[in-house]
Write a protein that binds this ligand. Structure first.
Ligand code: RFL
Length: 388
């Protein structure tokens, strides 16, 4: 079994297979240090934490991560707290930086004797429509081209990876949507200025204060699609954050700190159907990407990985039913998450968008419904925390 990519999806597939005694080799194009330092997501759904715990992969997470029960919509300078945990049976999110989870998963796999090859260059899957596919790659240390024969290939190499690109044209259907919204994503060495994630709706655009750790915070600022980070010197970033996150009638201070990463994300959603071709099974961002609005990307990757590992284990035990259903099972959750994030994207951007009065009024109605109806809050909570 070959797994391409050592992100959350590939590492979960590999760990779960290893625990079931199924041999697999993970090929990752970057170094171990690179993947263990790549800061991205931070919000982990309760069902993912429970899955990791069940497989003995959550020890450090449960020691280090903060549990979260509320989030805040800050609308034109006024706070509106949603206790989504109370609205959904007391379940809680965990905030744990993605690179910490990746670090734990790499260590668990290697400690268990797993075969993880970093700096694997020019990885290429072959013979995917045969019973015995193979993968070639150039060994980073020796420069030699190596061939790996396998039963299956797990394509866990992210949105720009080689796995999906290896499928013949026309075999997969792609669904893609540009939201017409840009976000400046900022990572700062600044302790959080809030206990709960803040979604701030301001006439000048959305601002988000996300949580990562006691010393690092992630911020988002709505900006034009295709904007350049060159237009966002640090002083402008802080000035916009202060303005868009400001409270009207309360004292509240935004703590600044050195900015360690800045990038512009154009809001885009993408899903490929089916999530397999021959003996290639795609998981995580290789098969779908989603706006970061609802914190779903890493959680979907974990769900796909769990389903794929369970289906492969069943195959070696004699049943292909789960493999047959793999794509449909994952896509149900993927589309449900896409629907939720599309809803949330509209609510937090369109309600302050003067460009379309109809869209704006719809978004305001949705927001008011969320903030005034316990039934609407319960639906939000179920989606935000993720289905069990
Ligand atoms: P990854 O994490 O991209 O891992 C893919 C791995 O494959 C390797 N690779 C290759 N290896 C060999 N050969 C090749 N040709 C290869 N091409 C690529 C890569 O080096 C990498 O190690 O995909 P995976 O595992 O599917 O995980 C998906 C998540 O990383 C992604 O969905 C999230 O990070 C998205 N996301 C968020 N998700 C959440 O659930 N909550 C969040 O709060 C959240 N915030 C974010 C995010 C993504 C962001 N960016 C920049 C993409 C915030 C940001 C800024």
């Amino acid at each position: 079994m070959a797994v391409i990519g050592a992100g959350p999806a590939g590492l979960i597939v590999a760990n779960l297979l290893r625990k079931a005694g199924v041999d697999c080799v993970v090929l990752e194009r970057h170094t171990r240090a690179h993947v263990e330092q790549r800061a991205r997501a931070g919000l982990i759904e309760p069902r993912v934490v429970e899955m990791l715990r069940r497989f003995g992969l959550a020890d450090r997470l449960l020691r280090m991560a903060d549990a979260h029960t509320t989030c805040e919509f800050r609308i034109d300078g006024r706070r509106h707290e949603i206790n989504y945990s109370a609205a959904h049976g007391g379940r809680r999110h965990y905030v744990y930086p993605q690179q910490e989870l990746v670090t734990d998963l790499v260590a668990a796999f290697l400690d268990a004797g797993g075969d993880l090859r970093f700096q694997a260059a020019d990885v290429r899957p072959h013979g995917l429509d045969t019973d015995r596919p193979w993968v070639t790659y150039v060994d980073g240390a020796t420069g030699e081209t190596t061939r790996l024969d396998c039963d299956f290939v797990a394509g866990c190499d992210g949105f720009h990876g080689v796995s999906r690109a290896s499928v013949p044209a026309g075999a997969l259907t792609e669904h893609s949507h540009e939201h017409g919204i840009g976000w400046l994503s900022v990572l700062a060495e600044a302790p959080p200025s809030t206990k709960a994630i803040i979604y701030a709706l301001h006439p000048d655009g959305f601002a988000g204060h996300m949580l990562r750790s006691s010393t690092v915070s992630r911020f988002y600022l709505q900006c034009p699609v295709g904007d350049s980070v060159d237009n966002w010197p640090d002083e402008r970033v802080w000035a916009e954050l202060h303005k868009r996150l400001a409270l009207r009638d309360e004292d509240w201070t935004l703590t600044e700190g050195p900015i360690i990463e800045k990038r512009v994300l154009d809001m885009r959603s993408f899903v490929v159907e089916p999530m397999s071709y021959g003996r290639l099974y795609l998981a995580g961002d290789a098969a779908h990407i989603i706006t970061p609005v609802g914190g779903k990307g890493m959680n979907l990757a974990a769900h796909d990985a769990e389903r794929l590992a369970e289906a492969l284990v069943a195959h070696y035990e004699g049943s292909d039913a789960l493999l047959h259903d793999y794509s449909a099972t994952c896509l149900r959750r993927v589309w449900r998450s896409q629907e939720f994030c599309q809803w949330m994207t509209e609510v937090i951007h369109a309600s302050r968008d003067a460009g379309s009065s109809f869209r704006q009024r719809l978004a305001v109605a949705r927001l008011e419904h969320l903030l005034t109806s316990p039934a609407a809050a319960a639906v939000f909570a179920e989606n935000y925390l993720g289905q069990d």
